[in-house]
Design a protein. Structure first.
Length: 212
């Protein structure tokens, strides 16, 4: 809770290198406290959950005109298309398992189907907002889809390590809230890093999603 408060304040009060510095300090402080209290798993959980707060918040909150909004819409289109495409293609084609020890239901065919769906719907979202060239969206969708699928597997591995089937019971039949945002966590952080590396610290959404 304390870490979430600190990171939220960081998003409101700063940006750029100051934001990164506050995030690093908060992470180190939390890790030290968790270690001293004998709760090393808490470190893993915090490192898993915090990136979404920082990355998605900074992408959405900074940028000219609608850039932040478009960035989040594109991100959601890619991740959700990946999930849906992987589910239906995997059930339809079946085949070799993607990672049988971590998530027995996921198949390689499903992973490929999710990737293709992400490319299609990510590009459509990009074009619908009047952005060009379209190949930028396709190029972004490919790594983001792969990263989101890795995030899905990572969350599954965390549940197996903890010996639980679901991450929570708030959403019946869906394995908890974390099951709905596991891919989004990793993809948001990846898009944030790529946008910063290719653009600017203070307004990462402008790098690929400026609409004017």
């Amino acid at each position: 809770v304390a870490t979430i408060i600190v990171l939220t304040l960081a998003l409101w009060l700063s940006s750029g290198f100051v934001l990164l510095g506050i995030v690093v300090i908060a992470t180190l402080a939390f890790s030290l406290a968790a270690t001293q209290l004998g709760q090393p798993r808490a470190i893993k959980g915090m490192l898993y959950a915090a990136p979404l707060l920082v990355a998605a918040g900074h992408l959405r909150g900074e940028g000219d005109h609608m850039a932040g909004f478009v960035a989040v819409c594109f991100l959601c289109a890619v991740v959700f298309a990946t999930d849906i495409g992987a589910y239906f293609v995997g059930r339809w084609l079946g085949g070799p398992k993607l990672s049988p020890t971590i998530s027995p239901n996921k198949t390689i065919s499903g992973a490929v189907g999710g990737l293709i769906a992400a490319m299609i719907f990510g590009t459509l979202t990009y074009v619908l907002f009047g952005l060009t060239p379209f190949w930028v969206a396709t190029a972004l969708a490919i790594p983001l889809s792969i990263v989101s699928q890795f995030g899905d597997l990572y969350e599954s591995s965390m549940k197996r390590t903890a010996g639980v089937k679901d991450s929570g019971k708030i959403i019946p039949g869906h394995g908890g809230v974390m099951d709905r945002v596991d891919g989004l966590l990793f993809a948001a952080f990846a898009l944030w890093l790529v946008s910063i590396a290719a653009g600017q610290w203070d307004a990462p959404a402008n790098t690929f999603f400026a609409t004017r």
